[in-house]
Design a protein around this ligand. Structure first.
Ligand code: PEP
Ligand code: MN
Length: 348
């Protein structure tokens, strides 16, 4: 495909000229922003010779023909790592790990408030909680829906923590976006393209989980859908992939953290809870994730996991979580001092 990168001082007229020239030749295109610039992408130009005329057009900075199928998400075209603002003043990907924690599902006010206050006290940066739950079991608790969203807003007001919640359909995304700080795409919906397209048009950061059977390319292409819609605030989340061994719920693919960070500028976080399905594995895998260069963690915590309506066995108690915060922040300060050479550099 061809990627035309517009120069910093280029005008609307310059951009229109590139688009008209593609349209005139019967070639499809899409315009999207990326790191303060505009890009025109066309999958209908694949030969270097056909891209030549674009190089001379006014306002064009660079023209590339690439086999990469996720250019805006790639370092090759999208550039170096860029921190993403999750909520006013809270950035991810800038060096300090961001810890998102809370129950799998919002169950009731008491459960959510006690968990929210507990994770806040321990130092979490974001409160998680599902209101619309994608359950494999059709008869299992499906979440409180809009009532859950109202409770998340109450918890945000009580703790000051921004909130993240999952959306499963375009309608849900549009309805939830004005109320919630960060939208989550679950593993089951990574390739729900109408959802991704809708999220591309919304002004909310999106945490995009890796599909449980998705390749890295498919994951980055899913991110590209959101970026191509004009939403640059995408965070990737590794949550384990399907494998043969049922001792753990999934297989945490930690090698994907440095790998994906070498391919994309997007922040990468790890969800050790769904990756393992076992609370005793959450701390070690959290430590390993940060050492591998993860920009943050998404951790399930419940004030009383034994009564949880969803994912109790993998949920940390509040005490466990306080311990995790202590250990991970000590590790983060060691990593900061060492500036380990295996971590991807961040553009500041
Ligand atoms: C969740 O975060 O509660 C969840 C459903 O995760 P996943 O999509 O990774 O299964
Ligand atoms: Mn869960």
């Amino acid at each position: 495909m061809m990627v035309v990168e517009m120069a910093d001082g280029s005008t609307k007229r310059d951009l229109d000229r590139v688009c008209e020239s593609l349209a005139g030749a019967g070639r499809g295109y899409r315009v999207a922003p990326g790191g303060g610039r505009s890009y025109v992408m066309s999958a209908d130009v694949s030969r270097a010779a056909d891209s030549e005329p674009f190089k001379g057009l006014p306002g064009v900075r660079r023209v590339q023909v690439t086999s990469c199928c996720h250019p805006l998400a790639s370092r090759e075209i999208g550039g170096a790592s860029r921190p993403v603002e999750l909520a006013p003043g809270l950035w991810i990907g800038g060096g300090e790990p961001v810890i998102m924690a809370g129950p799998c599902a919002v169950e009731n006010r008491t459960q959510l408030m006690s968990t929210a206050r507990g994770v806040r006290r321990a130092g979490a940066h974001v409160l998680r909680g599902g209101a619309f739950k994608p359950r494999s079991h059709p008869y299992a608790f499906q979440g409180l829906g809009s009532e859950g969203i109202a409770l998340l807003k109450e918890a945000r007001a009580a703790t000051g923590l921004p909130v993240i919640t999952e959306v499963m359909s375009p309608d849900e995304a549009e309805w939830v976006a004005p109320h919630i700080d960060i939208l989550q795409v679950g593993t089951r919906n990574m390739q729900n393209y109408s959802l991704l397209r809708t999220l591309g048009g919304l002004d909310r950061p999106v945490l995009l989980k890796r599909g449980m059977s998705a390749t890295v390319e498919e994951w980055l292409q899913a991110a590209e859908y959101i970026l191509a819609g004009g939403n640059e605030r995408v965070i990737l989340c590794e949550r384990g992939i399907r494998s043969f061994d049922r001792n753990t719920r999934n297989t945490l693919d930690l090698s994907v953290v440095p790998l994906v960070k070498s391919m994309t500028h997007l922040p990468v976080v790890v969800d050790p809870s769904h990756a393992t399905g076992r609370r005793e594995l959450v701390l070690p895998m959290s430590m390993a994730a940060l050492a591998a260069g993860a920009d943050g963690l998404l951790v399930e915590v419940h004030a009383s996991p034994e009564t949880a309506l969803c994912d109790g066995p993998q949920s940390l108690t509040l005490d466990d979580f306080a311990g995790l915060m202590e250990r991970t922040s000590r590790l983060a300060s060691v990593l900061r001092e060492e500036e380990p050479s295996w971590l991807m550099p961040v553009a500041r």
